[in-house]
Design a protein around this ligand. Structure first.
Ligand SMILES: NC(=O)c1ccc[n+]([C@@H]2O[C@H](COP(=O)([O-])OP(=O)(O)OC[C@H]3O[C@@H](n4cnc5c(N)ncnc54)[C@H](O)[C@@H]3O)[C@@H](O)[C@H]2O)c1
Length: 289
């Protein structure tokens, strides 16, 4: 590991929620030498999160991406069910619980009560307002968005989302951490959907409307963008990977904040209601079974 990079990371990191994103975030910090605490909601979720982190670390090892034994990385990851187990001097806590403002605010305020005033707090939200989430904190100046992408170990981008209250020193520190993880940061001012979800979701919704109107089938629409515009993945395939339910939740939020152009198409609602959620359910706009 590059010593300069290692020095730029926080020595310890808390991750609240060890789901798809939280497990990936825990893995990348631990693989670069940080001690990581993953906090889950109960013992069953702790076991599942532990397995997710172990599977991710094993995959990284298989691909030759680790500079040490997988067990050495896993030894730095503790998965616990009690938020109070976070060390008070933890350098950074990233919240990665489901995309519901109430849950995130609840978690963030409880974290703030446990950690030192020097701890940087971040949310991995895909779309929610950082200013609104931060408003419940005693010190919103220490809070910002760190929007990691899925799958975290393989994605090179982290959106660094700043609210008006976020201190400049906190932004600078967080950007240095992102770079120390070997990822690229883009700074975006707090605004619904930031840069990525706002553009990515809009493209996906328009592709769904084109499907509804019979402009072309899903394969043709995706091929058009992949081959014609050199997008690595067409908008419908990408919606399948993210999850149609996740996309619908983001679209509903963007609809309420940014207006009609984000109105979720009926076809998206119908597919979510039918349980066609994309790759995770075996079927979305494409067949993944
Ligand atoms: N899935 C994606 O592609 C993606 C990409 C970027 C950002 N995000 C964002 O990341 C966040 C998490 O998404 P995900 O896909 O990992 O969800 P997920 O459902 O896979 O994981 C959420 C985890 O949080 C845990 N949890 C719920 N309430 C908790 C609590 N009070 N305390 C501790 N743990 C709790 C759950 O048990 C679950 O393991 C969301 O805000 C989402 O919008 C998701």
């Amino acid at each position: 590991m590059d010593a300069e990079k290692a020095a730029a990371l926080p020595g310890s990191v808390g991750v609240i929620g060890g789901g798809r994103m939280g497990a990936g975030i825990a893995q990348v910090f631990a693989a670069r030498g940080a001690e990581v605490w993953v906090v889950e909601s109960d013992d069953t979720a702790v076991a599942a999160a532990r397995e997710r982190v172990a599977a991710g670390v094993a995959k990284a090892a298989d691909r030759g991406k680790l500079s040490e034994e997988p067990s050495a990385v896993l030894d730095r990851v503790a998965v616990v069910a009690e938020l109070g187990r976070l060390p008070s001097e933890v350098g950074l806590v990233v919240e990665a619980v489901p995309e519901r403002a109430e849950s995130k605010v609840d978690v963030l305020t409880r974290v703030e009560a446990v950690v030192s005033e020097r701890t940087v707090l971040a949310s991995n939200t895909s779309s929610l307002s950082i200013a609104e989430l931060g408003a419940a904190l005693r010190d919103p100046g220490r809070f910002l968005g760190l929007h990691f992408f899925n799958p975290v170990p393989a994605s090179s981008l982290v959106e660094v989302v700043t609210a008006p209250a976020t201190r400049e020193s906190v932004v600078d520190t967080a950007r240095a951490w992102v770079r120390a993880l070997g990822k690229t940061d883009v700074v975006v001012h707090d605004s619904p959907g930031f840069a990525t979800s706002r553009l990515g979701v809009l493209l996906g919704l328009e592709a769904i409307r084109m499907l509804e109107e019979g402009v072309a089938d899903a394969e043709a629409i995706d091929n058009a963008m992949e081959l014609g515009y050199r997008h690595p993945m067409g908008p419908l395939r990408s919606t399948d990977l993210v999850g149609l339910d996740v996309r619908l939740a983001i679209a509903e939020y963007l609809h309420s904040t940014l207006g009609e152009r984000f109105a979720p198409p009926q076809l998206l609602r119908d597919k979510v209601a039918a349980g066609e959620l994309g790759r995770k359910s075996g079927r979305g706009f494409h067949d993944w079974s």
